[in-house]
Each structure stands twice: as C-alpha cells, then as structure tokens.
Design a protein around this ligand. Structure first.
Ligand code: FUB
Length: 448
C-alpha cells in the first residue's frame, strides 16, 4: 500500500510538472508577457526571474509599463520551461504602494543556503521624496516561497537591481537611476549597503539602465541597455575589478529590428555554453510595453570580447522530435515564398504558423533530437486550399528525403500522418520544401 501511495504521488508530481511545463523557442514564454529576464544557474537548472508585464486598457497604464507580481521559470533543457507561479506580489510587500503596478526588473542570487530576490517598486512612504526603491525577498529554494523584508534597502533609490558575489566572497549590488548606473558593496547579510553608492564612471553619455555584471576568466563585464539614438541596444564595458574602472567595449545586441524601445539582458554559462537572455515584443507587436523574453547563444573572442548576438526565432536548446515542433521558429528560410503569421490575430498567445507559397519555398528548423531510432512516422498539422506536396529532407535542402507528404485540399486545419522513408537517429536539422506552385499553412509537426 505504501508503495502504491509512493508511486501515485510520483505520478501526480510528474503530471503536475507536465501541466505547468511549457515548450517554446523564442519567445520562451507564450501564456503571459515577460521582460527583463535575469537568468541564473541554481541547483543544476536555469532559473529565469523576469518581470511580468500585464495589460490594463484604462488610465495611465494604457500607454505605460504595468506589473503587479513576479513569476519564476526553470528549465533543464532550455526548451521546456516550468512556471513556478507568483513568487512576490505588490500586494504582499509591506513597503510597496499597491496602486503603482511598478514591479520592474528583478534579479536573484544565492548565498549561504538562501536565495535573495531583489526587486524595485514604488514605496508607500513618500516623505523622503523617494519613489523607486529596491526590496529583497528571501527563500530557501530558488522557486520560493519568498518572504519579503518589511523595508526596502536603505540607500538605494533606483531601478533594475543586480547583485553579484565576487570570487573572494564580497557581495555587490548594481542599479540604475536617472540614466546612470550605480553600485555599492553589500553586507554579508545581503540586506544592507556596506559602502556609499557610487556612480560608475566613463560609461557612454545618454540613457542607460539595466546593469548586469558577470565575471569570466578574471575579467568583469558590466552589461547594460543603452540608447545611442532612438531605442535600446545591449552594450558592455570591461574591467578587472567589480568596482571598476570599466572601459566601454562594444555592442552585444543591436536595437530591436521591430522598434521595441526597451531591451534588457542577463548572461550565463550553462553546461559549457554561454547564453544571452533578453526581450523583444513578439506577442505584442503594436504595444512594446508588453514584452516577451528570449534566449540566444553567446560567444567570446580569444581576447575576451563578446561577439554580437543576432536575435533568432529558433533560440536555444534541442527540440524533441516527439514534441510539437513549431517550424515557424525557423533557423533558415528560402529568399522568397515563406511568411510567418499569427495563428489567431485576436489571440496572439496561440503562436504562429508558417506559410509556404510557390515552388521552391523552404524552411529549415535545426537541432531536433530523434533519440534512438524508434520514431517511424510524422504528423503534420496543416491546411491547403488547393492541396500541396511537401518534401521533408534531413539535415539540408538537398539531404535525403525523410517523407513526402500529400496534403489534400482543405479550408480547415488537418493532421496528416505519413510513414517515414528512413528512420533517423540522434540530432538532425529538417528542411520543409514545397513541391508545386500551391500554398500551404503549417502549424506544427511531430514524430511518433
Ligand atoms: O521593464 C521596465 C523597465 O524597462 C526596466 O526596469 C528597464 O530595464 C526596461 O526594460
């Protein structure tokens, strides 16, 4: 009986995990707006602490940032993200004015068995003229429950807190305010400043915010969003000490191609690969205060400088062939004949579809894990008014044919199943090539 109860609870836990585990490429989270992602590696997994944009269509929030609480997400494979739910809400923090909906960019760090979650918000108490302060909530686990401190950190007036612990154990905190970036040492208790705040010197003039500092091979990288012209780039400065001096070094990511005014970064190494977490406004193209977090791989040059990261749809991680593969998150496409559109413009969180239009149109999706030669058929959810033939090729455009799918005429979405001509094993790219002059919409594919 005991065994039965044990297995039942393991099964329940697993089912609950699946229910809350969402698979995605870029953006990483589809069922809510997320921005300013602070990624951290805790307990062998990646935890992302973003802010949570919401939409209120009336009053000043109709045109401005609006956030009420924070969620945390975790993943081991960077494609399936578990939402651990709300960890801190403006309604549960004693010092926060709950009418202000200003829970801006947070971050989290581990020290001596505790997780310290730092977040900016607007204070109830306006007597000393302070508006944005930074508070801390503490937990024994990276996913909470977090208990907020009753007062914000004395001495910080600003946004976008970023804690850092150096190799000698000294903790620091960085933040932004008035277009500038500040820092101070933190006490061992991680709750009080241990030095006077100082502005970081020699950074480019003009608007800056969102500091995120990391160390690699004895070099300290101060990364931050910066507005050279009209919208934010992600840039960095390098130094040999967490307190600087820092020398401005270059651009990590150019301004958003679609005009999202903000961007906001964190950089981590996980299982031997470096990643940049950032945001665009993929799910809200017409209102850039409702943003969506993303991740792409990041590479260093020999001299320690960072190569520019070009945002991709495909993002990071291996996609399991058994999951629905959203090929609209493509790696490459033909010069002509491919477009990606929302499945439902009234509910953008349903995601996207790919349209292949005209002979020779193709789309490629990289790094699908087929496992151990036990998948022998493909399912495709598609529709084509005139009927279409799609060839699925392994690895590259002229690679071996895996399947030739005949999609009958239909106005409605249909799932078509076909046996594979070859049984793949391991990791492969797939190319979907339209054979004929027709048009086809594809929602997803998967293998069984
Ligand atoms: O998300 C609100 C503010 O926009 C953040 O605190 C900034 O970094 C910018 O992304």
């Amino acid at each position: 009986m005991k065994k039965f109860v044990f297995y039942l609870s393991v099964l329940t836990y697993f089912l609950l995990f699946l229910m809350h585990s969402l698979q995605a490429q870029n953006p990483l989270i589809l069922d809510q707006f997320t921005a300013d992602p602070s990624a951290r590696v805790f307990e062998g997994k990646v935890y992302v602490y973003p802010l949570h944009d919401i939409r209120i269509d009336t009053g000043r929030f109709a045109t401005w940032f609006c956030m009420e609480d924070y969620h945390v997400f975790s993943s081991e494979n960077l494609t399936q993200w578990k939402d651990h739910g709300v960890i801190v809400s403006q309604n549960d923090v004693q010092w926060v004015d709950p009418q202000t909906y200003s829970m801006w960019a947070p971050d989290c760090i581990y020290r001596n068995g505790k997780y310290y979650f730092y977040f900016p918000a607007i204070t109830k108490d306006k007597t000393d003229g302070r508006r944005m302060s930074v508070g801390v909530a503490i937990s024994d686990k990276p996913y909470g429950p977090f208990i907020p401190e009753s007062k914000p950190i004395e001495g910080i007036s600003g946004i976008d807190p970023n804690p850092f612990i150096d190799t000698d154990g000294q903790a620091y905190i960085y933040w932004a305010g008035n277009k500038r970036i500040f820092m101070a040492k933190l006490n061992d208790n991680m709750l009080e400043l241990a030095s006077e705040p100082q502005e970081i010197a020699n950074l480019p003039e003009k608007f800056k915010e969102g500091p995120y500092l990391f160390e690699r091979k004895g070099k300290y990288y101060l990364t931050f969003p910066f507005v050279p012209d009209s919208t934010e780039q992600i840039v960095y400065a390098m130094g040999y000490n967490p307190m600087g001096p820092f020398t401005y070094t270059g651009v990590i990511m150019d301004e958003s191609p679609v005009g999202c005014w903000t961007n906001h970064q964190s950089i981590i190494e996980y299982k031997g690969q470096w990643y940049l977490f950032y945001h665009h406004n993929d799910l809200s193209p017409d209102f850039d205060k409702n943003r969506s977090i993303r991740a792409d791989s990041l590479f260093f040059n020999e001299d320690g400088t960072i190569q520019k990261v070009i945002p991709t749809w495909r993002g990071v991680g291996l996609t399991s062939a058994r999951d629905t593969v959203q090929i609209d998150r493509y790696s490459e496409i033909s010069n002509e004949g491919v477009s990606v559109e929302f499945l439902d413009t009234l509910n953008k969180q349903k995601g996207w579809k790919t349209r292949l239009n005209g002979k020779g149109a193709w789309i490629q999706y990289n790094s699908i894990n087929f496992g151990n030669k036990d998948l022998n058929s493909i399912l495709i959810k598609a529709k084509s008014l005139s009927g279409s033939i799609v060839e699925i090729r392994l690895d590259q455009l002229n690679g071996p044919m895996l399947a030739r799918l005949d999609i009958g005429k239909s106005k409605e979405w249909e799932v078509v199943n076909s046996a594979l001509l070859d049984i793949p094993e391991g990791i492969h790219n797939l190319v979907f090539l339209l054979n004929g002059t027709n048009t086809i919409d594809i929602d997803w594919i998967k293998f069984e």
